[in-house]
Design a protein around this ligand. Sequence first.
Ligand SMILES: [Zn+2]
Ligand SMILES: [Zn+2]
Length: 229
Amino acid sequence: MPTKAGNRNGSRNQKTDTARAKAAAAPDPGRPEPVAARNARANRNMYFMAIAMAVRLRANCRGNRVGAIIVQDHRIVSTGYNGTPANMVNCLDDGCYRCANRDKAYQSGEAYDLCICVHAEQNALLAAARFGIAVEGSTVYTTMRPCFGCAKELLQANVLSIYYLHEWIPSPHEDPVKTEKQRAQYDKLMTRFPGGVHHLRMDDPDYEWAVSKKGPTVVSTDVHGTQDV
Ligand SMILES: [Zn+2]
Ligand SMILES: [Zn+2]
């Protein structure tokens, strides 16, 4: 049974909450609301992607700069950005032979067996593993569409859905048949995420810095959830 004091406190809290809700709904005209703040409140996906972009600021790789976060029940449970493993020479300081020879000896998406940089999505999964955090049924927000390797790892970790900001496509082979097979294998992975793989359209003020190879905005759509939102 609530006490009288409890009832009084309850109704006072309710009034406070109502006042807060009204204040949030009507921004102070003397303090113009940033567009990013409006987007973050109106669209939870944009809120989480903005955080993934903030995580990306620590990326240390000569290739694309990528940030990723793992979200469970609207809470961030892990983050990752790309670069060499901890306590090793950073990629930007020539710590990775493959990245240092990127676009000379090795193309985008090639020679991962030589590359020691850990991808943002991998780092987010690995941080969760390290600290014993479940990722099953989670949503991943990443500033770039997951590469072939990250896609199968996210799938195998039972990630439910993916939201990405920029497109990624593996470099085509000289042999068009190989390119076609590669694309088909990649699409096969993409179609397996129960919650879909979604391209999120939003401004990226650091696009020039973050994306090494400017590709088409949207590569493909499919019936299983690779779609724009
Ligand atoms: Zn690198
Ligand atoms: Zn990757």
